[in-house]
Design a protein around this ligand. Structure first.
Ligand SMILES: Nc1ncnc2c1ncn2[C@@H]1O[C@H](COP(=O)(O)OP(=O)(O)OP(=O)(O)O)[C@@H](O)[C@H]1O
Ligand SMILES: [Mg+2]
Length: 422
């Protein structure tokens, strides 16, 4: 079958790469794609949020399946529009995507479904937000309710920092409309993990566990980013934890959506924290994590095309997933300056050598210019390897990265350290 993938980051490269290996898939088309994706798919230069352009493309290409990678087109309703044209889609409806697109909706639904999560209040008025923050005290968490590319969450260690963040968000300064509501949360302490599920109606299929590193700097210091590295499996997700996430988080939230008349087809991503009081849900996303997708696809041995088509056609109950027993680990290479401003257009060399050293280089923020690969985004590459242990996979990636010839980029030197210390 022909599959159309929407998106052009590291996650979509990993999805296209796995789809291209699937027996069931004869052709992968990707919009807009990137130079890495172009090695495994035919790229068409239409942006992932150009809904009209993507509908025209799908009608012209007539793919058997469309897979929507990023959250933006899901929140804009691309899945609904495609389904209205009788095209099979892996990705939730606009209504279901509110689980990610609106943290206030998500927290309210968690409350309703009795999903364990941090205590919270939702505010639209800055004075009332300040009152709540002063009453609760620090540490405290302030979140812009809408989409903010992983940058809309402030974990504040003093009250004034939290008040300033809430006022800044509500004024519309930093996040525009996405900050017109803020969620104020009790600050939880514990280890985080990503628990992903392929969902179709009442069928909820867990993927292997994974863990990402959100902080910019070694030792999980510095500001949060879109993610600086990830690995799978995550040792902190024991069988017990996985069962609890299924029973206390995934099943009740999908049931609560259904009770509101909102069926879910796509990836449910539960960000959880394992606290002394048990598991707590930090957030939901409605797509694969980036970079968690890169190690997950590296370990998946099932036919991805078949799995996603079955989900799209509401026959997921026949499907089981199989995994490579080994560990996969991905290190993100970012442009100097990220997550703040950075210089674009620098030539990146040595990529073939990095791959020859036993890794797969997933492209994120790259473009091709005069035959060279250049950086165009904050997160640029996701260098991924399998190993018999986290340490072994980590060593392979970092040894391979010595061949990378790009002075304008940087990466964390400790991806996987939590798992290794266990
Ligand atoms: N209640 C909380 N207590 C402590 N830390 C928290 C809390 N909520 C969020 N965090 C921290 O902030 C990070 C980002 O929060 P959250 O996952 O809600 O934001 P996001 O921007 O939607 O992230 P993503 O880019 O993964 O979708 C979490 O991974 C966690 O480290
Ligand atoms: Mg999120």
């Amino acid at each position: 079958m022909k599959v159309l993938v929407i998106g052009g980051g590291g996650r979509e490269h990993a999805l296209c790469w796995k789809l291209a290996q699937s027996e069931s898939v004869s052709e992968v088309v990707c919009a807009p794609g990137n130079p890495g994706i172009a090695k495994v798919a035919r790229c068409v230069d239409i942006a992932a949020d150009d809904i009209g352009g993507l509908i025209d493309l799908a009608q012209a290409e007539q793919p058997r399946l469309v897979v929507i990678g990023p959250e933006a087109p899901l929140v804009l309703g691309l899945a609904d529009r495609l389904r209205a044209h009788n095209i099979a889609v892996f990705g939730p409806s606009q209504a279901a995507a509110e689980l990610e697109g609106s943290k206030s909706f998500s927290k309210t639904l968690m409350d309703e479904a009795k999903v364990p999560t941090a205590k919270f209040e939702i505010h639209t008025d800055a004075d009332e937000a300040e009152q709540c923050i002063r009453a609760w005290g620090a540490p405290i968490v302030v979140k812009a309710s809408g989409l903010a590319a992983g940058k809309g969450v402030i974990v504040a260690h003093d009250v004034q920092e939290a008040v300033d963040a809430a006022r800044d968000m509500l004024s519309g300064n930093s996040f525009g409309d996405a900050g017109s509501q803020v969620v104020i949360e009790e600050c939880l302490i514990g280890e985080e993990a990503s628990c992903l599920f392929i969902v179709s109606g009442d069928t909820i299929l867990p993927l292997a566990s994974s863990q990402d590193h959100k902080a910019l700097l070694d030792g999980d210091q510095g500001p949060n980013t879109g993610g600086m590295g990830a690995y799978s499996p995550a040792p902190c997700v024991t069988e017990d934890v996985a069962n609890n996430v299924m029973e206390q988080v995934a099943k009740p939230i999908i049931a609560a959506l259904k009770a509101r008349g909102i069926p879910f087809i796509g990836t449910l991503y539960a960000g959880i924290m394992i606290t002394e009081q048990g598991i707590k849900t930090l957030e939901f996303n409605v797509r694969f994590g980036d970079p968690e997708c890169q190690p997950l696809m590296s370990r998946l041995t099932s036919d991805l095309g078949e799995v996603l088509l079955a989900a799209a056609e509401s026959r997921l109950d026949d499907v089981t997933l199989s995994w490579d027993e080994r560990v996969a680990l991905c290190v993100v290479v970012a442009s100097n300056g990220y997550p703040a401003a950075f210089e674009k257009g620098q030539t990146i060399a040595g990529l073939d050598d990095v791959e020859r050293a036993g890794t797969v280089v997933f492209h994120a923020g790259t473009a091709e210019q005069h035959g060279n690969i250049i950086n165009t985004g904050g997160r640029v590459l996701g260098v991924t390897a399998l190993g018999n242990s986290v340490k072994e996979a980590q060593t392979t990636v970092y040894d391979a990265l010595k061949a990378l010839d790009w002075l304008g980029g940087f990466y964390r030197k400790d991806i996987g350290y939590r798992a290794i210390s266990k």
